[in-house]
Design a protein around this ligand. Structure first.
Ligand code: BGC
Length: 498
């Protein structure tokens, strides 16, 4: 088996012995189409480097490479009290963060509100009203009876947005299955401010940020080696610090060449033109049936929203294929429902510790009303491994590309998101892929490298809370630089000073 990365012990070697020939052939086919070997990883990373540069050029490319007006890292001495709002896929989180005097310290209080599913395909007004209601409720609860000055807010809006200013953001397109009418192509800040003003909520939006930028800055608050912030969750993306001199599309602004600015790559859009990624017939269907076909080609092969769907599509195909016929004679109506499996379904299968895959068997029966034979269990386990491994290995291509572009031989990368935090072996598989792409043989300690054990030259580590602490820090950094006279990307410096 080529380059699939570390697997859980004990090895399940030999378990394919009693596999019928047709299923074995099918497993070999799936291994072939879902495996990304070392030369391919390298080719993808190299192409990625040139696409990152293209996104920064005047002509632009598939990867948006959005300048964020978050200009520079924190020094650990930021202070003040800030609100943070995180509009995630499933929840809306509101936090109040106090940055005290102590270096790298923070206190946080927070509330979580469920994002109603119907909101995701509703209209803009419903969205902004819902968000404003949650903010109003939070303030009413935590500051009952207090007379408040306007609290500065960092709003984590984790979708691609063009920002002319830090408190401005034109939504380029919805991602992650969102499809709310009347938001794309517009600045999201005015309707948000209108909704909070209507409720008299004492808030001043200071910074609109992406979750990746928040992750980068929150992690850098306590780690001076931090260079890249990544999210591997429902969606996937990264942010890093670039010098203005390397951003031709900002040339007209005559910014100092050595001034740093965080770039939200929006790398989910990598290879939308289908030049290099090894797409399977199943990736093609995921894209075609999504609300935004043709967009987010990389994300659709990697991110949590799509892993379960890819798995489901393969199983339906193998049931319907007369030469394979898994689940023969059974009713597959539950499996037939699009997006009925999420990535935790695959995680659970990969976590099944039993040689006979008893937990997987029970899961299929309980959730899909399907009784799997032993060979079928072997097939679904292998399929989950293949899809999970491909996700981790392709993710590593993006990280390697930023390191290559920036010439980083060593770096810390802060990562967050459900796939990174919960999907079994994701970290180890990603670390193994980085080792292959970047040709490491030794770790930072000069000893032979065991990827993912803390000595990797480029080490992907669990991040600090980007959309809470990170958003607060970016608001703090913004106010600090405005007071210091750096007003690049600030629409109205005077209003920020009050
Ligand atoms: C969005 C990004 C976001 C990522 C992770 C993608 O779908 O376009 O803005 O950073 O998901 O949440």
């Amino acid at each position: 088996m080529v380059g699939l990365g570390p697997r859980r012990q004990p090895s399940r070697k030999g378990s394919m012995a009693d596999m019928p020939r047709d299923l074995l052939g099918e497993i070999r086919r799936l291994e072939d189409i879902f495996t990304v070997d070392t030369p391919k990883l390298k080719a993808i990373s190299d192409h990625f480097v040139s696409e990152l540069a293209k996104g920064l050029s005047k002509e632009g490319g598939s990867i948006p490479m959005n300048p964020t007006w978050c200009m520079g890292f924190p020094d650990g001495h930021e202070t003040g009290t800030f609100l943070a709002l995180d509009m995630g896929g499933t929840n809306l989180r509101v936090c109040e963060i106090r940055l005290p005097e102590g270096k790298g310290e923070f206190d946080i209080i927070q509330s979580k509100y469920r994002m109603p599913e119907e909101l995701k395909s509703g209209n803009a007004e419903e969205l902004w009203n819902y968000i404003a209601e949650c903010l109003a409720e939070f303030i009413a609860y935590h500051h009952e009876g207090e007379k408040l000055d306007k609290l500065p807010l960092g709003f984590t809006f984790s979708y691609p947005a063009t920002q002319d200013y830090i408190d401005h953001g034109v939504l380029q397109r919805w991602t992650k299955g969102f499809d709310i009418d009347g938001v794309e192509g517009k600045d999201v800040v005015p309707p948000f401010e209108k909704a909070i003003a209507e409720r008299g909520v004492p808030i001043k939006l200071t910074a609109l940020i992406n979750d990746t930028t928040g992750t980068l800055i929150a992690s850098a608050y306590t780690d001076s080696e931090m260079r890249i912030g990544c999210i591997f969750g429902t969606g996937c993306n990264a942010a890093y610090m670039e010098h203005c001199g390397e951003i031709p599309k900002l040339e007209h602004m005559n910014l100092p060449k050595d001034q740093e600015i965080a770039i939200n790559c929006e790398w989910g859009a990598f290879d939308n033109e289908h030049k290099i990624l090894p797409r399977t017939q199943y990736d093609v269907i995921v894209d075609k049936d999504s609300p935004r076909p043709g967009q987010q080609a990389f994300e659709k092969m990697i991110a949590g929203l799509y892993l379960g769907e890819l798995f489901r599509l393969v199983l339906v195909d193998l049931h319907e294929n007369p030469n394979v016929k898994i689940f023969e004679g059974q009713d597959i109506s539950v499996l037939k429902q699009a997006y009925s499996l999420d990535s935790s379904f695959l995680s659970d299968i990969e976590n099944d510790p039993y040689e006979n895959l008893q937990e997987t068997h029970d899961k299929f029966l309980a959730e899909l009303k399907l009784k799997c034979t032993k060979p079928e269990l072997e097939l679904v386990r292998r399929l989950a491994e293949l899809i999970g491994t491909r996700s981790a290995r392709l993710s590593a291509c993006g990280v390697a590309a930023i390191c290559k572009k920036k010439g980083y031989k060593t770096a810390h990368v802060g990562a967050d998101g459900s796939v990174f935090n919960k999907y079994p072996h994701f970290k180890a598989r990603g670390a193994q892929a980085l080792k292959e792409i970047l040709d490491w043989d030794k770790g930072r300690d000069g000893k032979p490298l065991v990827p993912g054990q803390g000595q990797d030259p480029v080490d992907i580590k669990p991040a600090e809370d980007g959309s809470g602490v990170g958003a607060a820090l970016i608001a703090a950094l913004t106010l600090k630089r405005v007071h210091g006279g750096n007003t690049y990307g600030i629409r109205d410096p005077e209003s920020m000073k009050n």
